[in-house]
Unconditional design. Sequence first.
Length: 371
Amino acid sequence: DNNSAVVITEADAVFQVVEYLFCTYFLFEISVRFGAFAIKWHCLRDLWFVFDSALVANMLLETWLLPLLNAAFNLGASVTDMSMLRAVRIVKLLRLTRLVKFLRAVPELVVVVKALLYGARSMLVFFVLWVVIIYVFAVVFRQVTAGEAIGQQYFKSVPASMGTLLLDGILADYSALMHDVSNAGSFLGMLILAYILLASVTIMYMLLGVLVDAVSTIVKGEQEDLTVRHVASMLRKKMEVMGYDFEQPLAREQMEELVVDPDILSLLHIVNVDVFALFDSLDVLYEDLELKEEKMMFDRMVSVILDMRGTNQATVKDSMNQIRVLKSTVEQLREHLDTKMASLMEDVQYIRSKPSSPMDFMHAWHESEYM
């Protein structure tokens, strides 16, 4: 706003000093980054380096090259009014791309920008549908109001009808601004329309979505907190009835007795706790506590019980615990089979040690059965 000069040499001294300082700093930064590459052409693989290099090149063009050309060819003030040098103002707009550096420093803004890009296709489909609906109704209003005063005022033609439906129907809050800017030029009208659609419609609805998601997250957190407090309260009451001290560690037998209580079973069913999975994992849980030399305190017990809800998302820890439960089950089965096999081998050895006639065999078999 305070610097209307076309080239930097025509600006006030303070703008020239600041511009030269920035240009020198960014040139030094890009030079150091380029020198850090062991193989120099690998810098082209770094897209951020290429982007920053383009920004620095634009800055060098505006700050040093154009003033040198102006001085070398003695263009003078009259030439700065030519259309070719007016393009320098467009080059100045490229400074806005430096805001990308700011976006990189704030991850939350990067997330929002990526969300915009991700939803660009859906928004494009929405806007196309929007235009189709506006066009259809513009044709309808053009035909219905033909020859009437209201038609001459708002629906003179199909494009005028579309403009009325868009500006006065959908974007009524910005109608006066849109009309005034559009009357100044078609390009300015398209520019202000793009700004309103992006800043007002898209961003505001994204903000609404973010707020809804935040409220949903808070509600889930509050519901989880209420569930934990309700389960803990019921467990405390039941432990007091059963004579357990919830300030002391809970043995496995006590926990099993507590969980199989009808009132607690009903409570666990309401909060969707898998009781069978809880019982299967008790061996692993108490083995872990013994290895860590810890005890099953009340808070830990509540956490363990609620971790067995079917609505919980599975984690790597859950998978590892399930593997350990399976290993423990297989080990118990193997020990049981080993015991049975050992007993069977003893029976076979006993039978072999007896006479081999059929009557003796049957007699030995009956003896081994009743031993």
